[in-house]
Design a protein around this ligand. Structure first.
Ligand code: ZN
Ligand code: ZN
Length: 253
């Protein structure tokens, strides 16, 4: 059976949101697999959080990411988040996953077992094969630690190390706007907490930490964005379902 293939110029979708933030995503990938890439406009320099699965060039087809100097951060190194990192000169990742960005094996990026034909509504252009899919190496030019600040074009993001989904997962917190880029540690959809390198204990600690922030809007790794009230509801129900008590629940008292 002939399969439906997209044209490269149709592959990426860009949606402008508030706070100088744009969502860049791949609409022909089914929602559970579809990564949200976040572009943040600064003064004279921009930030990109995650880069999709790399089956169509982001730089070639999305001029937004080429207009100014740009730092490409990886929220973590699963295949759906780092596929186009090799297209950018400046790349940042948490120290605990730097080796994966440099040597992105199918196992550690979760390409094995997740990449499959069923993840697409329409196939990418070219000769895509799920079995042959690989992420390109993109060694980090900057290693991130918990608590450090990323300053890009006058905007300041605090790096929060949020392991649990993966060992080097991070969230980025912009206190001035109340914006949280959460990666895959929390979003409004089915979470993945059973990968070989996942840890439920770390997951719980990371989620509790996010409860303590006065978050206004969450831009996650998958699914639509949501507000602080929804964030706190998602976290408290996760903790309850996993038999854990929120110990520093500042916003529900
Ligand atoms: Zn992930
Ligand atoms: Zn993901």
């Amino acid at each position: 059976m002939e399969r439906l293939q997209a044209k490269p110029e149709e592959w990426w979708r860009v949606t402008s949101l508030d706070d100088g933030i744009s969502l860049i995503d791949e609409p022909f990938i089914k929602p559970f697999y579809r990564c949200n890439c976040w572009h943040v406009r600064g003064e004279g320099a921009d930030l990109l959080v995650d880069s999709g699965m790399g089956v169509v060039s982001l730089r070639t087809w999305v001029p937004l990411v080429t207009e100014r100097p740009l730092l490409a951060v990886a929220s973590h190194t699963h295949f759906d988040h780092i596929g186009c990192h090799h297209e950018f000169d400046c790349r940042a990742v948490h120290r605990a996953e730097a080796h994966v960005l440099a040597n992105p094996s199918r196992a550690e990026t979760l390409a094995e077992p997740y990449v499959c034909d069923a993840m697409f509504d329409v196939f990418p252009p070219g000769s895509f094969s799920a079995a042959g899919y690989e992420v390109c190496s993109a060694p980090a030019t900057r290693l991130l630690e918990d608590g450090e600040e990323i300053e890009v074009g006058g905007r300041v993001f605090e790096v929060l190390h949020t392991p649990g989904h993966s060992p080097g997962g991070i969230a980025l917190w912009e206190a001035r706007t109340g914006v949280l880029f959460s990666g895959d540690i929390i979003y409004d959809g089915p979470l993945v907490e059973d990968a070989p390198h996942s840890s439920l204990d770390e997951y719980a600690v990371s989620l509790e930490r996010l409860l303590s922030l006065p978050v206004r809007v969450v831009h996650g790794g998958h699914f639509p964005s949501f507000g602080g009230v929804r964030l706190r509801a998602l976290i408290t129900s996760w903790l309850k379902e996993h038999g854990r008590q929120a110990s520093q629940n500042l916003f529900l008292t």
